[in-house]
Structure formats: C-alpha cells, structure tokens
Design a protein around this ligand. Structure first.
Ligand code: 13P
Length: 252
C-alpha cells in the first residue's frame, strides 16, 4: 500500500460524554500504531470534547448542511463543524440517503461546502442487496459517484470515497474478497475518469461489517485504502484491533 491505510470509526448516533474515555483510549493506541491513519466521527455533540481528549487522531462529523448559514433550524454548517475542532466530514452515508431522502445532488453540494470550509470529505456510495442481486452494483455505484462527487481543481486531493454496500452494514455479512476487489477497481477507474491523474491518488475505503477478525484480509485487497467502521468502532478494544490489522497490512 503506497499510502497509510485510513481507518475511520463512524459512531453514528451513539455516545454521550461517557464515551470520551474510548476516544482517549483510541488516541493513545493510535500513537503506537503510526503505520495507520486513524480517525473517529462521533456525534456532533462530542466533536469539541473529543478534539480536546484526542490530539493525534482525526475527528470528524457525520453530516453537514450545504449552506454557509441561514434559516435552517437544527442544521449545522461545515464551518461550524470546523470551528468545533473537526478535520473532516462524512457525507452521503446510506443511512442519511435513506432516513433523510438525500439525493446525489444534495450529497455533492454538502461535499463542496465542506471542502470550501477547509475540511476533507468522505463521500459514501454503495448498492442495496436488490441492486447487487440484479447485477447492477457497479452501475449503481458509478452513477452515485458521478452524481455525488464535486468537480474542480484540487478537489480530488480533499476527497476519500467510502464503498459501503447497504446490505453489509450492521448485518455481519461481507462481500467476497473478489467482489470487493472488483468494486474497488471499478471505483478507481471512475475516479480516474472524473479527476484524471489525481483520481489515482484518492483513497477508497471499504465499509460494512468490518471487524478485527476480517480486517486484515479486506485491507490487503488492491485499491482498498482503509476502512469505515461502524459497530466495531464503539470500543477502543475492537477498533484498535482493526487498526492493528491495518498497520500490519501496511507493513507487508
Ligand atoms: P458497521 O461496521 O456497523 O457494519 O457499519 C458500517 C458503516 O455504516 C460505517 O459507516
């Protein structure tokens, strides 16, 4: 692997201040595992405190609004997220696409706003089980990328793509290694088509039921540049198990 693997924990709607002890423990663990780049996206309410507890790892948000500010009750802008101490934001997660009806156009606007505010962005894509069964997985993901990724000079350098098959999220089911490899190759081709040479350097994460015991195999696949981890990122013990696997994969 040419770049350090990027291991990102998405805490989703889990965590009150009591969970800051996990953030601190993840940060301490990451200090010993410098071969991997580690980050967590806690709930927005914990971003500021997590930044204070954890000085080494990246801290991010799980969504942002596309506007700089204005009458959007309950929403949070990218600049606010940055001001709270975050470095990055996840946009277009399938749970947001499903729960909040976010379209590719919405996701692209959010990603562009985040980059304009000085954050890096993880843009999520992934097919449903029905789409995979219909042989449409690569076409669906390709269309999501075309619709969700912002264009422009210097954008590719600030973007990470996360491939998260919807049917693998929180289910314990994982695509075969061949299917992961084929999809990541297809995403790489699309990134090069969209961004030219810069597309070759964009990191592509795999997400969906990544655990300490399957991480090494998944992370050894070509074009898998890291993992976006849900359930297994909620304790330092299991998350650091994945970070250890990533650090080992990076050494081989
Ligand atoms: P799980 O690791 O719990 O399957 O969640 C994956 C995910 O949605 C990360 O964004």
């Amino acid at each position: 692997m040419s770049q350090r693997p990027y291991i990102v924990g998405n805490w989703k709607m889990h965590g009150t201040r009591a969970m800051l002890t996990e953030a601190r423990a993840i940060d301490r663990g990451a200090e010993r595992l410098l071969k991997a780049e580690v980050a967590i996206a806690p709930p927005t309410t914990l971003i500021h405190a997590a930044r204070r507890e954890a000085g080494l790892i990246g801290i991010g948000a799980q969504d942002c609004h596309a506007a700089e500010g204005g009458p959007h009750t309950g929403d949070i802008s990218a600049a606010m997220i940055r001001d709270a101490g975050a470095d990055f934001v996840i946009v277009g997660h399938s749970e947001r696409r499903q729960d909040h009806g976010e379209s590719n156009t919405d996701v692209r606007a959010k990603a562009a706003a985040a980059i304009a505010a000085g954050l890096t962005v993880i843009v999520c894509v992934g097919e449903t089980g029905a789409e995979r069964d219909a042989g449409q997985a690569e076409a669906v993901v390709g269309a999501q990328m075309e619709g969700s990724l912002p264009a422009g000079e210097g954008v590719a350098e600030r973007i990470t793509v996360a491939y998260e098959p919807v049917w693998a999220i929180g289910t314990g089911r994982v695509p075969s290694i061949d299917d992961i490899a084929a999809m990541h190759r297809s995403i790489r081709d699309k990134l090069v088509a969209l961004y030219g040479e810069a597309g070759a350097g964009v990191r592509i994460l795999y997400g969906g039921s990544v655990k300490p015991d399957n991480a090494a195999e998944i992370l050894s696949v070509k074009d898998v540049g890291g993992a976006l981890v849900g359930g297994a990122s909620l304790t330092a013990e299991s998350f650091l198990g994945i970070v250890v696997a990533a650090a080992e994969a990076a050494s081989t």
